[in-house]
Design a binder for this molecule. Structure first.
Ligand SMILES: C[S@@+](CC[C@H](N)C(=O)[O-])C[C@H]1O[C@@H](n2cnc3c(N)ncnc32)[C@H](O)[C@@H]1O
Length: 204
């Protein structure tokens, strides 16, 4: 498993694996949320291989802590309306941004502890313009999943794969409106994901 984790730091291998397992289709489902003309913040964007599928025109700000991912994204998609930044998305980064229509957290929350999720969701809520939303998708455990899907969840790179109610509880600390669905029919290998749409930041 360590070998696979190392391989996934190699960007073309990461992108290829996403396509082979069908994880790209999960991302495409999530980014349907973005409408032309919107401003998008993508936290934990990785190489953002799904960028060409985002509705255009748009203004895009991507953040990731992994330099090779960010370098690759900048090389392929960087431009006047798309900036990729290497680093943790923190208050200083949030303060540098214009109001955001959609925050994407694609495959991030299951890498973060409860405390880190709470801090990040509060920060995401703080950058939204009125009517803005946060969209997340994560590997989850769920009661109806079969053995292969459960194995996939248990062996995910993320250390905080949760059941949907646990993700929802975290989201409800920062947002008054949270809608979610289990998605288990998009990937080529049986696996379960939890997609959430968060609106109405609690602090407003
Ligand atoms: C599973 S990858 C998802 C990448 C991309 N969003 C996708 O769907 O393909 C999670 C990414 O989150 C990044 N990450 C983890 N913690 C982070 C943090 N606190 N701030 C920014 N990025 C983070 C990792 O470097 C990794 O690239």
């Amino acid at each position: 498993m360590e070998g696979l984790k190392g391989l996934l730091r190699h960007v073309p291998a990461y992108v290829l694996l996403q396509r082979v397992v069908g994880a790209d289709r999960l991302r495409y489902r999530c980014i349907e949320e973005v409408k032309p003309g919107e401003t998008v913040l993508d936290i934990g964007c990785g190489p953002a291989y799904y960028f060409p599928r985002l509705a255009q025109p748009l203004k895009y700000h991507g953040f990731d802590t992994d330099a090779p991912y960010i370098d690759w994204a900048n090389e392929h998609f960087g431009g006047e309306n798309a900036g990729f930044h290497c680093g943790i998305f923190d208050e200083a980064a949030a303060g540098s941004l214009p109001p955001i229509d959609v925050v994407l957290l694609l495959g991030l929350l299951h890498h973060l502890s409860d405390e880190q999720c709470t801090d990040l969701l509060n920060l995401a809520a703080s950058v939204l313009r009125p009517g803005g939303r946060v969209v997340s998708v994560d590997t989850c455990f769920e009661p109806t999943q079969g053995r292969i899907s459960r194995w996939m969840s248990a062996n995910d790179r993320g250390e905080y794969v949760r059941e949907p109610p646990a993700f929802e509880k975290l989201a409800l600390q920062s947002f008054d409106q949270v809608d979610g669905e289990v998605i288990n029919d998009l990937t080529n290998i049986p696996s379960s994901h939890w997609m959430m749409r968060m609106t109405a930041p609690s602090s407003l």
